[in-house]
Design a protein around this ligand. Structure first.
Ligand SMILES: [Zn+2]
Length: 518
């Protein structure tokens, strides 16, 4: 309370003396040695007093009283005064007295402060894909408490495709600054350090780290690699020593670590959803053999559904269409016994492929392309109540995990073989799967094509396959030529500011991210 009294001009003479003599910076520094003096407080005091004087002088008499008590001002005015002070000063000001603290707890001040900085950075909220060679990625920029944080989302460890996404902060912007907002790089393990964000244009921005030495570890590259391996793959050097995927892993480490968090991001939108969609579109985690888990965006386009890679690999880079599903051509799987035979499944799929080819031929002959027409409702006639497009609780200040964790904790909305709805499913013998834990019933199957290519995306080719819909949140794809199976599981996190402004904007975004890696 002594401090408060001092500020209010009724305290001991020492406080009053300070009010009367404005000190220069040198004197303020000297005052540091004084036991009862806080130069920071002094600055606030001076600033607040000056502001109060200016504010009061407007309507009041010609000369304000020499000792104006801040405490006597109405709270609304104090809110105005405090709101105009540098954000970093507010915490110290709150310690002055209970009245100030109460006023500073007024949401208005903080909100206004946040709005100012937020206004400058509003364009970076939402989902982004980094330009990082074939690898891509998923960055979610959110307002989190007093920061704007860029969270990089990583798939769970291979092959646990049903596990929640993992995330780590790559940068943060302090909302409580007045002039130039502080941007910090969060990359590495040595805490936040100086960084920079450049907003190139509305749908593109870059990050830069000004202290990349903070990314280095004392144990050198060896330790950095081991740490990355543990975090990214949940593996040890010894684990991967005997695996053929070690080259892929090494390549990714060498390639991605050279960026040192200096990345360019391009905006991505979540796919628009329509009540007639087979399932709700969105992001999925999928198994990609030795490449580990990758993030794929499922979207619906009339009679086709597409899976676009949000993360990629040296064979099929991010941005490419990994699978395309022909919703006009359902595939009736044989009974489970016959399904065990790969040749039988292969025969069925190739038959459909031939049919698709013939129809295409006919269309070309008739010069009539029905590409834009809506499908004849490939959707099941009876499903549960329509899923709202946003069904997870909105995230609060606790980080992006909230939505995902909450959803993961809830029972999976799987509907096992409900009144003849499900059909028994088993992988044909000889088809390899990263994950033996795939669903044993499915709802329906469609003919589809999967993109395969050599290293460096050489000779890409769409090859025949089967799309298997397991439930609202899981689907699979059998790659006939590779004799392998990918299992996809929905990313259950909630993303804000990620809706496309229009269906056209979404299509354009897909085209753009694809052209970047073609
Ligand atoms: Zn950094």
């Amino acid at each position: 309370m002594a401090v408060c009294a001092r500020l209010c001009g009724v305290g001991p003479s020492r406080g009053c003396r300070r009010r009367q003599q404005r000190r220069g910076p040198a004197e303020t520094a000297a005052a540091d040695s004084e036991p009862d003096t806080d130069p920071e407080e002094e600055r606030i005091e001076a600033g607040a007093a000056a502001l109060a004087g200016a504010g009061g002088g407007r309507g009041a008499g010609p000369s304000p009283p020499p000792r104006c008590s801040l405490l006597e001002l109405p709270p609304e005015l104090l809110v105005e005064i405090f709101a105009s002070l540098p954000g970093t000063d507010l915490p110290s000001l709150a310690q002055v007295c209970t009245k100030f603290r109460r006023i500073l707890h007024t949401d208005t001040i903080w909100r206004r402060r946040c709005r100012e900085v937020l206004h400058r950075y509003r364009h970076i909220l939402g989902l982004w894909q980094p330009d990082i060679g074939p690898y891509g990625g998923l960055l979610n920029v959110v307002v989190d408490g007093l920061f704007i944080i860029g969270w990089m989302y990583l798939p769970p460890h291979d092959p646990h495709v049903d596990d929640p996404m993992r995330f780590k902060p790559l940068f943060r912007v302090h909302l409580m600054e007045r002039k130039s907002a502080t941007v910090e790089c969060m990359y590495g393990h040595r805490g936040p350090h100086n960084g920079h964000i450049q907003i190139v244009k509305k749908d593109e921005f870059s990050t830069k780290c000004n202290q990349t030495d903070h990314h280095r570890m004392s144990g050198g590259r060896q330790e950095e690699f081991r740490t990355w391996l543990r975090e990214e793959w949940g593996r040890t050097l010894e684990d991967i020593f005997h695996e053929h995927m070690q080259e892929l892993i090494l390549m990714k480490f060498i390639y991605t670590s050279q960026y040192d968090n200096c990345l360019t991001y391009r905006r991505i939108y979540l796919p628009p959803s329509h009540p007639d969609d087979l399932i709700r579109p969105g992001l999925f985690k999928g198994t990609y053999g030795s490449h580990g888990l990758e993030i794929v965006m499922l979207s619906f386009h009339g009679k086709r559904a597409r899976g676009t890679k949000i993360t990629g690999d040296p064979n099929i880079p991010a941005g490419q269409q990994t699978v395309e599903i022909d919703l006009m051509h359902r595939i009736q799987l044989p009974d489970v016994e016959s399904l065990r035979s790969f040749n039988e499944l292969s025969r069925i799929v190739l038959e459909v492929r031939e049919q698709v080819r013939q129809e295409q031929q006919q269309r070309e002959d008739g010069a009539e392309d029905g590409e834009g027409r809506a499908p004849q409702s490939p959707r099941e006639p009876q499903r549960g109540p329509a899923q709202p497009s946003v069904e997870l609780p909105a995230e609060k200040g606790g980080g992006p995990a909230d939505g995902e964790a909450a959803a993961a904790a809830a029972p999976a909305p799987e509907q096992p073989a409900q009144s003849g709805q499900g059909q028994p499913f088993v992988l044909p013998v000889g088809v390899s799967s990263r994950n033996e834990d795939y669903p044993r019933t499915c709802r329906m199957c469609f003919y589809g094509t999967g993109l395969i290519a050599g290293h460096g995306f050489t000779s890409p080719e769409r090859t025949p396959g089967v799309f298997i819909l397991f439930d609202e949140d899981r689907f699979g794809f059998i790659w006939l030529e590779l004799k392998s199976f990918s299992l996809y599981s929905r990313v259950r996190a909630t993303f804000r500011n990620a809706e496309a402004p229009s269906p056209q904007a979404f299509e354009e975004m897909l085209k753009n991210i694809q052209s970047l890696t073609s």
